[in-house]
Design a protein around this ligand. Sequence first.
Ligand code: PMV
Length: 311
Amino acid sequence: MQKVTTSAHAKVILIGEHAVVYGQPAIALPLKTIQTHVTLQPSSHGQIIHSQLFDGELQQINDRLKGTETLIHTLLTRLATPQQPFTLTITSDIPVERGMGSSAATALAITKAFYAAFQQPISDADLLTTAAISEQVIHGNPSGLDAATDNAQVPLWFVKNQPLRPIALNLQGYLIIADTGIQGQTKEAVSAVRQLRMQHPQTTQAALAKLGTLTKQAATVLKQGNLKQLGTIMNQAQLILKQLTVSSPQLDQLVTVAQRAGAYGSKLTGGGRGGCMLALTDTLTHANDIAHQLRQNGAQKTWIVPLNLNN
Ligand code: PMV
């Protein structure tokens, strides 16, 4: 075993969350500058984790990191022995449980670290299925979108169980990402949509199909570079997500603040019921204005991302 450092980056879902669980497409963007780093090194005894969420022996790991524990056991069984001593240090700029792909980035970086430490190659496809081991423990039945985008260099068109497709993004604009400061509730939100689909099959199916249609329209608009139209589509998606009960008062409040501050569109991103929202605008000056308004009105943190992500 040798000492290695690996990384993976954050993501946001531009449009299509929740509907993607039911086979509709989603568009997700890699955020290459917001990263998680993992350092794995040999140790003479113990299996030690240092991270924001937990510091100590792997076997004492807390519930929030149960997925990581399962993943590490799988990796050690594959690559070495379950008792292999090591020290694993995780540092991250990606906020935890905010819909920015923190858990998937951690799973990817850990998987890459173990393979690199034991000097074994791993294909992209195997990397994603391995990272899914911890995502399944954390999220229940993830679509795989998080890990795929955390591992991607370009924006993705994602349909569950289909090959990933890069998507053209021909936009001169900016996304503002704002954190409500409240943990997202992806698992609960996904299960609420599942319940809704059982209780009100027709309206829920129609809402999910409409999200799929909006995602297809967004893809066309992205190619054409029509920022205003993309904003309108985002606003429509937010209304449907709200109808699916996955927004929250704080998300609704930030969406309204962004719209009043002149954003072309805004919506929650990811699982919802907390976590982050997105707003769209044309210039960096406007993006700074909107970000400022969002922070003044409850956002804990904001990020500004230029949309020419294909470069
Ligand atoms: O909250 P996040 O960023 O992990 O995104 C969840 C996206 C969902 O569509 C709600 C669920 C999924 O597995 O795709």
